[in-house]
Ligand binder design. Sequence first.
Ligand SMILES: [Zn+2]
Length: 293
Amino acid sequence: MAAYTGRFAPSPTGPLHLGSLVAGLASFLDARAAGGRWLLRIEDLDPPREQPGADDLIMRTLDAHGFEWDDAPLWQHSRLDAYSQALLTLRDAGHVYPCVCARKSFTGVYPGRCRGRTFAETPGPYAVRMRVPEGAAVFDDRFLGPQRMPWTDVGDFIVRRKDTLFAYQLAVVVDDAAAGVTHVIRGNDLLDSTPRQLALFDALREPAPTFGHCATVVHADGAKLSKQTGAAALDNRVAGASLLTALRCLGQDVRELSPDLSPRQLLTEATVRWDPGRVGFARHVSAGGAPVR
Ligand SMILES: [Zn+2]
């Protein structure tokens, strides 16, 4: 197995926008600069939020931007047996418990009300929650340096929803472990997920990958670029320009990169020049790549 395996894992909820390109590009360049593999996974676990055909659209957009992935893409809907198995493992080891609380019955961190419940004595429907350890999650972020997040700020989190859909956190960890992912490079809007995923790697006795969180791209009003905030879809006709903008958002020096290069050539040049030490220059960047706040 390669010493470095990275991945990009978009949800097929709509077309890719600049924010997703930045995260995908960071994971791609970090993997390729290390001579590593780069995998594509479609996170289609939440059908009501998905858009038919968005997975095809995402792959065509990635292709138009010069990305090449190793192996066949993985669709999470094909992995339900693996998630069930992982849930059983967690249950047998006493890491999870059933939770019957309504979402609106508490605000902020889940207070652990159902910690004493057992599966045998709890009629459904219920959500399944992971018991977090004491102390704090500690990890060394590839771009942001040492991180410490107290578990009391995280709280016991859901691994299977009351509607029986598997939670993002569980699916991601099971898939990353199965694919031998060594580096999870993504936007810092997912930084809060990292302690949860570390807890799951630990509970499933899988080695945790290295995590690296790059800047999130925000609109002029500070809101994160997303489908909900009306982020524009990437336009394949200006792929080179979008790649240069995304590189700026990652703190990279693009002065020697010509916009006349093809997307594939741009990625090759950007891989050679990849400087992970510059990625943590800002937590939030504007759609032009300038630091915000
Ligand atoms: Zn509860």
